[in-house]
Design a protein around this ligand. Structure first.
Ligand code: NAD
Length: 488
């Protein structure tokens, strides 16, 4: 039978959108993008280098005065029009998302609505960004603040959910009056390119959104560019350090959305069926290539054995396979190197005494040409094992026991990361108490999954700096000026 081939007809021609113009010539070469489910070429992606970033920064700077000064209600109308156009292109965007990184249909179909919602939500802020009046009594003076855009914002996004990152960062940055350059990864560039085209079609002025796909060379050029007023980076911690070094000479402020190693605390008083499904959520969405994946499952000792057995049984109901099939829950990993990295974690865990209960192998048969690894459950580990400490970014979930609530919190917080933490419990008092004690930016309770546009999202510790979403996301892209007037 074989897998459904990549739907290459739906992909935009890869290239750059700079100042409203689409170009396809790269100054530094191309990258062969392969459909992760079959390993077959989709297109050669022109890579953005210094020349393309220089042009994009110049275009964003040229567009800045017009966009910044555009009345807020006009900004709002344009952003709402863009959101409507995204919805009109639902099928196309869904197919592009599936083809660029192998997201299964059931995952990809959430994306167009999610991106449109992010633009609609943030459009509503365009005319609500103001300032504060500051009390100066008893001094005869008047003091107030003005919230201003930074100016030109550079946005770097990873391959696991570039279309969502486009909405999460560009929508608030635009609503706040900034102009943007987004650099998607060469591993999944298509959705950002298409969204950039649709933005122009929706009437967003040329140069407000510039799209320059590429890898490290383009990213580095953007981060060190003196014409960039603010950077926002989503990706891994090692790259974040390079971003910070590149930004340092110009002291460009940087927002960081980084990785995680999020714990899921399963208490004996939780709903068993919900908690079992929740435990598998560490593997299923994006095949575990999700920053917020709950990859360390901590289970109360009294239910540990039966709970782990139930999760193991439930794995049999998770369909791993053709992203085009409606009932596929897990698609492939992004590329060969990522697959090898994930398999390496499973192999080393096994060599170090862990028990790999299921998975940990490349899948064969119809899936042999793609980069498929099924749910991989690992037991008999402690917090010193590499597979428990490091972000795998694949479908690997480890299980550990705890005896008391205090021990669960201690184990959960014993990590360099602090992106999310999950609680499975029907005891509401416990839920609030534990939520306060967990050191993470997002706490999700009872199989909760998702990021509402109005909610803040971001990490503590090595999971990041700053928040996107809600008013916090708007604040990420504005700076405050104070005006102090003497009335003496
Ligand atoms: P990555 O760090 O390798 O790459 C991220 C982006 O940085 C890509 O666009 C890449 O081309 C670019 N880049 C590479 N070298 C660069 C350099 N020297 N200067 C500037 N940019 C450079 O990460 P990845 O493998 O694409 O994505 C996986 C990581 O992203 C994971 O750690 C994951 O947890 C994290 N992530 C975090 C969030 C979040 O919201 N917290 C969301 C998604 C992914």
């Amino acid at each position: 039978m074989g897998l459904t081939p990549a739907n290459t007809s739906v992909l935009p021609k890869a290239g750059f959108i700079i100042g409203g113009e689409k170009t396809t010539d790269s100054s530094i070469g191309t990258y062969d993008h392969l459909y992760p489910a079959t390993g077959k070429l989709t297109q050669a992606i022109p890579l953005g280098g210094k020349a393309e970033m220089d042009a994009a920064v110049a275009a964003a700077r040229k567009a800045l005065p017009g966009w910044r000064e555009l009345p807020a209600n006009e900004k709002r109308k344009l952003m709402l029009g863009f959101a409507a156009l995204i919805r009109e292109h639902f099928d196309e965007i869904k197919s592009i998302v599936m083809t660029e990184n192998g997201s299964p249909d059931m995952m990809a179909e959430a994306f167009p609505e999610w991106i449109a919602d992010l633009f609609e939500y943030n459009a509503g802020w365009a005319d609500k960004i103001g300032g504060d009046m500051i009390t100066t009594w008893p001094v005869p003076a008047f003091d107030y603040t003005i919230d201003e855009p930074y100016g030109v914002v550079g946005i770097i996004v990873p391959w696991n959910g570039p279309a969502i990152s486009f909405g999460q960062m560009i929508a608030p940055a635009m609503a706040a009056g900034n102009t943007c350059i987004i650099k998607p990864s060469e591993f999944a560039p298509y959705s950002c390119i298409r969204l950039g085209e649709l933005a122009l079609e929706a009437g967003i002025p040329e140069g407000v959104i510039n799209v320059v796909p590429g890898g490290g060379e383009g990213g580095s050029a953007l981060c060190s560019h003196p014409g960039v007023d603010k950077l926002h980076f989503t990706g891994g911690g090692h790259t974040a350090q390079k971003v910070l070094s590149a930004a340092q000479p110009n002291m460009t402020p940087v927002g960081l959305e980084l990785g995680g190693k999020s714990a899921r605390l399963v208490f004996a008083d939780s709903d068993r069926q919900k908690a079992v499904q929740a435990a598998l959520m560490g593997c299923i969405p994006m095949s575990g290539q999700a920053c917020i994946a709950g990859t360390r499952v901590l289970v109360e000792d009294s239910i540990y054995d039966s709970f782990v057995a139930d999760v193991q049984n439930a794995v049999g109901y998770v369909k791993v396979g053709d992203p085009a099939d409606k009932d596929t829950a897990m698609g492939p990993l992004i590329h060969q190197q990522q697959m090898e990295r994930v398999l390496g974690f499973a192999e080393r865990a096994s060599a170090n005494g862990a028990e790999v209960l299921t998975g940990g192998q490349r899948m064969g048969g119809d899936l042999a040409e793609g980069y498929f690894v099924g749910p991989t459950l690992v037991a008999n580990v402690d917090n010193s094992h590499e597979v428990v400490r490091d972000e795998v970014f694949g479908p690997v979930v480890s299980f550990m026991r705890f005896k008391t609530e205090e021990e669960a919190i201690q184990l959960a917080n014993d990590t360099p990361y602090g992106l999310a933490a999950y609680i499975e419990s029907d005891d509401l008092t416990r839920v609030h108490r534990v939520a306060q004690a967990l050191d993470a930016g997002s706490i999700l309770v009872n199989n909760a999954y998702g990021l509402p546009a109005a909610a803040p999202f971001g990490g503590n510790k090595k999971s990041g700096v700053g928040r996107v979403g809600g008013i916090h996301g708007i604040r990420e892209f504005i700076r405050t000026k104070n005006v102090y007037i003497s009335m003496a």
